[in-house]
Design a protein around this ligand. Structure first.
Ligand SMILES: Nc1ncnc2c1ncn2[C@@H]1O[C@H](COP(=O)(O)OP(=O)(O)OP(=O)(O)O)[C@@H](O)[C@H]1O
Length: 329
């Protein structure tokens, strides 16, 4: 029988940074569920809170409020020791393998270390698991005696993936794992992640700026805007299904490379640092109102809730029904 309960269930999660007048919510009331074996893509421009969200899910930073259930356990209430005991079940793969791998450690040592730290295996058993994992990421077992400087960027990311998976996690958070790689090897790494998901029954949260990569890998995509969820929808047919004006902007061919903060600073003719005065960016009502061609009075006063459009598709926009019909009314 398959287990139909979600692996991860996040509700109303918030993270605050700064204090006093500068306090702002980098993650603001985010809710989603993640089923076993599923990949949730997380998309949104720089600074919208993607990394902060996943760190709060994994309790690498403590949220200001909300709940994270992992296999039914409330992670936000666990102490440090209990969390450490569960840590191997939740692993993370970072953008730049060069900065996440210790150059002084052989690949073998890099992979054996987490097995020792989590008390999973040592000696021959650890060597066996390391060889199995090198094979899984398509590196020869001779790679074990070599050092990071002997590998290309793509190979280093395979090593970082092997290190995350050697402890047999259930949830793997990938934070832009292909962003530092040449375009030619990005697809290889994405395909590898996909194969490994199948082989080891992994559940992924996959952060990216690149909607094309996310569409390829993810079952559902979550679009974030300034710490909030704008829309969550199945990754096939995103274009016809998208309801949020921001999702539609992301899908359109015209891409504005400037971040919202830079844009806001330009509009107001102030320094980007001042634009970080978040009340400007996090006004009453919908945060997207300043960029939205469809904003009306209630968008400036009432925060939109995440409404269900249909199964697996939710949107936080007051106007999604009228926009869906293509009417301006
Ligand atoms: N430790 C911190 N202290 C204060 N502010 C922070 C901290 N970490 C992140 N922030 C701020 O929180 C917001 C969200 O940052 P975050 O790194 O989560 O965004 P992101 O979507 O992952 O961006 P990117 O795509 O550039 O990695 C940003 O405004 C950032 O400046």
């Amino acid at each position: 029988m398959t287990d139909a309960s979600p692996l991860v269930s996040v509700s109303d999660l918030s993270v605050e940074f700064g204090g006093g007048r500068r306090a702002f919510r980098a993650v603001d009331g985010v809710s989603f569920e993640l089923m076993r074996g599923e990949t949730l893509g997380v998309i949104g421009e720089s600074g919208c809170g993607k990394s902060t969200l996943v760190r709060a899910v994994l309790q690498l930073l403590r949220p200001a409020g909300g709940s994270v259930l992992f296999k039914g356990r409330e992670l936000t209430r666990l102490g440090g020791r209990e969390l450490r005991r569960m840590r191997h079940q939740m692993q993370m793969i970072f953008q730049d393998p060069r900065s996440s791998l210790d150059p002084r450690w052989s690949v073998g040592k890099t992979l054996r270390e987490p097995l020792a730290v989590h008390g999973i295996a040592s000696g021959r058993e650890a060597d066996r698991l390391v060889d199995e994992m090198l094979e899984a990421v398509a590196l020869p077992s001779s790679a074990g005696t070599r050092y990071p400087h002997e590998f290309s960027g793509g190979q280093l990311q395979r090593i970082a993936i092997a290190r995350a998976l050697v402890v047999k996690p259930e949830l793997v958070v990938c934070d832009e794992p292909t962003a530092s790689l040449d375009v030619s090897v990005q697809a290889q790494v994405v395909n590898l992640l996909s194969e490994l998901q199948e082989r080891f029954g992994l559940t992924y949260i996959f952060i990216s700026h690149d909607l094309a990569i996310v569409r390829h890998l993810a079952h559902r995509v979550m679009i974030m805007y300034f710490g909030r969820v704008a829309e969550i929808l199945p990754s096939e047919d995103i274009a016809p299904a998208a309801r949020h004006p921001y999702t539609r902007t992301l899908l359109s061919a015209v891409r504005d490379p400037a971040s919202a903060i830079q844009r806001r600073a330009r509009t107001l003719d102030i320094a980007p640092a001042e634009a970080l005065e978040l009340p400007l960016l996090q006004p009453d009502g919908c945060y997207y109102q300043m960029r939205c061609a469809h904003a009306e009075a209630r968008c400036r006063s009432v925060t939109p809730t995440l409404d269900e459009v249909e199964a697996s598709h939710s949107v936080a926009c007051h106007r999604w029904r009228s926009l869906a019909q293509g009417t301006a009314a």
